[in-house]
Write a protein that binds this ligand. Structure first.
Ligand code: SAH
Length: 468
């Protein structure tokens, strides 16, 4: 199994510094499935090529962690794994190009940070999905590509196509990008059995996909193929990728800009109190806090005996970790601990765990969703989870000018995708209520301005048969 990486950036031999592998020496590494070698078939100032060759030991694959043979004994020993580029190549890259993949270079940091012309050549790779798949995967990342020899046999075209091709991928990128793209996309092209797929693969995928995978138009395909269609893993990875869409400062409901705009310490607190009262008034015993963030509302809910079962969900793993700590979940007495659960999930995926609740709070969350995902969100909450009551808040855009410090037309938070005027919110909420069989009423939250209303707007939805 072979991969070569070439550059024409002068002096091309600097590739040796970028890969931390001296062009004059053969480097060898013992891997659990065989041996890896790095050497340079050419190394001149004009053109330099590094080769990563993997010698797979087919017996090592069968021993220990290797893939168990499904199609009979022979297949365990005789297969394409030693020859065609596949996930083992990614593993070897991770081992032998560790520093380069992390974007560091002791001697040539500036060059490592610079996009230079590269060409990667995979003499044999099984592309399960044809040239079209190659295009969909590599073109959005700015590469050109060439695919050669997809006939099973040149002399007998009637035998049809073979998945095995030679693939060249070229582009002007940072070496780190080229390596991480290949690391993730080689197993995706091959789409064969990994010997690994496990929970920690999500971590690897997310780490290697940082900065490009969340924006890739074929994100879903890449994730599901990479994780070999293990649905629970795929789903978790996708939600965590979504989390990447959110800015990193996004940790609680008093977001960055609000510090200057909602200076009164209490708008947020006030909002949570109002939401709490609204939920109490429904008589709910089983409650959801969707987009619970760091768990401020959860704390209030937990303090009320009325609520027997409380489920907090957020897409952000980090927020959930903070919530868990702030609520001191680990220290709660057993009975209390049994009342509350925190889960990671996204309001844009259908989720059975959200079924069967009396009420849901969705506080300052919808404005974080892409407008295009709003219709999905509506179905997830009002059609599938379908709590009897939903208490939902969002900023009132009209009020923004009252803050004074916020430039006109600006949102209160960098991650807000939209902020609605009162009429816009009411139109949306009334539409939702009508479509899903709820009644809705509105309440302002926070100090009222005669013309512009209150800073926060709240809608309280109740299922029609419940309200009646
Ligand atoms: N409700 C909390 C947090 C509001 S901030 C409070 O009022 O304090 C918005 C929260 O929505 C963030 O925690 C963010 O991670 C979460 N969020 C954004 N998109 C989401 C999605 N698709 N599914 C679930 N939560 C999401």
């Amino acid at each position: 199994m072979l991969l070569t990486i070439s550059t024409t950036h002068r002096p091309a031999t600097d590739l040796g510094y970028l890969l931390h592998k001296n062009p004059a020496r053969l480097q060898t590494e013992e891997l659990s499935f065989g041996k890896g070698f790095v050497f340079y078939p050419e190394a001149s100032a004009d053109q330099c090529t590094a080769a990563l060759l993997i010698e797979i030991d087919p017996l090592a694959l069968v021993r220990g962690r290797g893939p168990a043979g499904e199609g009979g004994q022979l297949e365990q020993y005789v297969n394409d794994r030693p020859y065609a580029a596949n996930s083992f190549l990614s593993v070897a890259m991770g081992r032998m190009f560790t520093t380069a993949m992390s974007g560091r270079s002791k001697e040539r940091q500036e060059l490592a940070d610079t996009a230079i012309p590269f060409s990667a050549f995979l003499p044999v790779i099984a592309v399960r999905g044809g040239e079209d798949l190659v295009r969909r995967l590599f073109e959005p990342l700015g590469y050109t590509f060439a695919v050669q020899g997809s006939r099973l046999d040149e002399k007998f075209p009637e035998w049809g196509r073979s998945p095995y091709v030679s693939l060249t991928v070229s582009g002007t990128v940072r070496l780190q990008d080229l390596l991480t793209h290949l690391y993730v996309l080689i197993p995706v092209l091959d789409n064969e059995k990994h010997y690994w797929v496990a929970q920690d693969e999500i971590e690897k995928l997310l780490k290697r996909g940082e900065g490009w995978l969340p924006q890739h138009p074929e994100k879903d395909l890449i994730v599901s193929r990479y994780l070999k269609r293990q649905r629970h893993l795929t789903r978790e990875a996708l939600t965590r990728l979504l989390e990447d869409d959110a800015p990193s400062e996004e940790t609680d409901g008093a977001p960055v800009k609000l510090e200057t705009t909602e200076r009164a310490p209490s708008l947020h607190t006030q909002r949570l109190q109002v939401v709490l009262s609204a939920i109490q008034a429904t008589g709910a015993e089983r409650v959801l806090d969707l987009g619970c963030g760091e768990g401020k509302l959860l704390r209030l809910l937990l303090a009320e005996k009325q609520f027997e079962s409380i489920l907090g969900m957020d897409v952000s793993w980090r927020s959930l970790e903070i919530a868990k700590e702030r609520l001191r979940l680990d220290e709660l007495p057993e009975r209390q601990r049994g009342r509350i659960e925190l889960i990671q999930g996204s309001l844009t995926y259908r989720d059975q765990r959200l079924n069967g609740f009396d009420a849901a709070a969705i506080v300052e969350v919808i404005e974080h969703l892409d407008a295009a995902r709003l219709a999905t969100f509506e179905r997830i909450v009002f059609e599938f989870a379908r709590p009897k009551h939903v208490v939902l808040t969002t900023p009132n855009a009209e009020y923004n000018t009252v803050f004074g410090t916020l430039p006109a037309g600006d949102f209160r938070h960098g991650d807000h995708r939209f902020e609605w005027k009162r009429a816009e919110f009411e139109t949306w909420a009334t539409g939702v209520a009508g479509r899903f069989g709820y009644e809705v009423r509105f309440e302002p939250v926070g100090p009222l301005d005669a013309e512009r209303g209150a800073p926060t707007q709240m809608a309280i939805f109740s299922q029609k048969q419940v309200a009646a």
